[in-house]
Design a protein around this ligand. Sequence first.
Ligand SMILES: Nc1ncnc2c1ncn2[C@@H]1O[C@H](COP(=O)(O)OP(=O)(O)OP(=O)(O)O)[C@@H](O)[C@H]1O
Ligand SMILES: [Mg+2]
Length: 582
Amino acid sequence: MTITLRQYGDTLLTYLRPQRKRALLLCAVILASIAMQVVNPQFVRNFIDGAMAGEPTKTLIGFGIAFLAVSLVNQALTAIAAWQGAHVGWTATNILRSDLARHLLRLEMSFHNNRTPGELIERVDGDITALANFFSQFVVRIAGAAFLILGIIITVTIEDWRMGLAVFLYAAVTIFVLVRMKNVAMSATEREREASAVAYGFVEERLAGIEDIRANGGGPFALRRFQIILRQMLIKSRRAWMRRSTFWFVLITLFTLGDVIALGLGSELYFSGLISIGTIMLFYLYSSMLWEMVDQIIQQMADLQKAGAAIERVGNLMAIEPKMVDGNRSVMPTGPLSVEFDGVTFAYNDRDKILDNVSFKLEKGKVLGLLGRTGSGKTTLTRLLFRLYDPTDGRLLIGGVDPRDTERDLLRKHVAMVTQEVQLFHSTVRDNLTFFNSEIPDSRIFEVIEQLGLRDWFDALPQGLDTELTAGGGGLSAGEAQLLAFTRVFLHDPGLVVLDEPSSRLDPATERLLEGAMNRLLKNRTGIIIAHRLATVARADEIMILDKGRILEYGSREELVADTESRFYELLTKGLEELEEA
Ligand SMILES: Nc1ncnc2c1ncn2[C@@H]1O[C@H](COP(=O)(O)OP(=O)(O)OP(=O)(O)O)[C@@H](O)[C@H]1O
Ligand SMILES: [Mg+2]
C-alpha cells in the first residue's frame, strides 16, 4: 500500500477539524464507556468473594445494583457513541463528497468525456462511503480497544503481576498473529474474487456473441476455455477457503488458550493462596473482554485496508489539476457582444481537426446563421464560445475579450446557449427555468415569459410553474423544451445568444411560438444560430457554411441570396435538407 500513516492522519484531521467539539465529545464518551467496562467485573469479584466470606445480603445486593447501574450507564454511553460516531462520520464524508464533486465539476469537458458517469459516481460515493467508518469509528475503535486492553493489563497487573505479564504477552502475540494471518486470508479471497470476475466476464462475452460463436462452430473452443477458467477459479477458491479456515482455526485456538491461561494460572494462584476465587472470575471476565477487543482490532485493520485504497483513489482524483484556469478579468462589456474568430483550430484529441483555421468577425447585434452538414463542427464551434473547450490554436474574442482571460462564471452569464437537445431535470418547471436558484422570484420569471410571448403556453401547463417535468423531457416536445430553454437564458439577459436548433421537425403551433420567442430573444443581442430550417435562416444577417471544420462560405445573407453562384443560393433553391443528405 502506498498510503503513508501521515496521509491517513492528514485526511482525518482535515475532515474532523470542523467538528472537533463533537469528535472530542465522542472520544470522551468512549473513554468513559471503557472505564466502566474495566470497572464492572470488580463488582462481580466483590460479590463472589463477599458471598464466600458470608457478608450480609445487603452488601451483596449493593454490589449487584452497582453492577446493573454501571451496565446501564455503559449501554447509554454506547448508544450516544454510536449516534455521535454516525454524525461525525457522515458529516466528514459529506464534506469530502462535496469537495470531490466540486473539484470534478471544475475539471474541463475533456476529463469528463473520458469517464463514464458510473465511474465517477463510484468514486464520489462508493469510495467515500468506504471512508465513513474510517472517519467515525476507526480511531475511536482502535484507540478504544487499545485503551481497554491497556486498562485490563494494568488492572490485572495491580491484582497480580504474573497474571498481568501473562495477559500482556497473550494480547501481543494474538494481535500480531491474527493481523498477519488476516492479511494472508484477505489477499487469497481477493484473488478468488478476481478469478470469479474473469469467469463471469468470459461467460457474459460468449453469451453476447453466441450467434457468431455458433455460426462459426466456435462452441467447443469456447467450452474448452471455459473449463480452463473454471479450473483456475477452483484452485483459487480452494486456496482462499483453506486460508480462511486456517484463520478461524487459529482464532478459536487462541481464544481457548486465553480461557485456559485465565483459569489455569488463576487456579494456580488461588491454590497458592495469592488470590481469591472472585479474582479468578475477574481474570476470566477480563480475558473474554480482551478477546472482543482483539477481534475489533482485526476488523478495523481489515477496514483500514479498504479505507487506504479509497483514500488513494480519491487522492489521485483530487490531484488532477484543471487544465483550464480562469483568467482574472472580472468585467465583460454589457449589451450585445461582438464575436471574432482568428485562425481558430480545434481538436478533441490530438489528431482530428474538428475546426480548421476558422476566421470571421460578427459585429455586435448581428445574427449569424450557421449551416453545415452533420458532423461539420457547428456544435463544436459554439462550445468554444462557452469555453467548454479552448482552441488548440488561434484565438477568439467575445466583446473584444478572450474567454481565457475571464472567469468562466462571468462568461457564462454573458453568453447564453440553447443546445440541440435541451436537458430537463426531474423537477418543477420553475426549477428547470431557474436551475434551482430559488433567489429568482416568480415575478421575474413571469416578466420574461411575457416578454417572450409565451404567456399562453405557460398558462396551459397543468400546474403552471409547479408542473412537474420528468427527466429527459417527458411530456414536452423538442420544440417545447427549447421554449423552456429560451426562458431559461432570457432570465440572465445575455449579450450573446447561441442557439442550436433541434434538427427534428416541429409541429406548426410550437414552431410559431418558437419563431416569436426567438425574435424577441435576439432583439438587441448578438446571435449565432445553427439553423436547420429556412424560416430561421431568413432571420440571419450573415451566413456561414461550415464543411469539415472549414468555412466553405461566409457573407451577408442578402448578398449570398442575390448571388446565384453561391452555395447558399443553391441550398435555398433545393431546400436545406439537401445539406443533410449531400
Ligand atoms: N465530445 C467529443 N469528443 C470527441 N469528438 C467529438 C465530440 N463531440 C463531437 N465530436 C466530433 O466532432 C465532429 C463535429 O461534431 P459536431 O457535434 O460539432 O457536429 P455538428 O456540425 O454540430 O453536427 P450536427 O449537425 O449533427 O449537430 C464529429 O466528427 C464528432 O464526432
Ligand atoms: Mg450539432
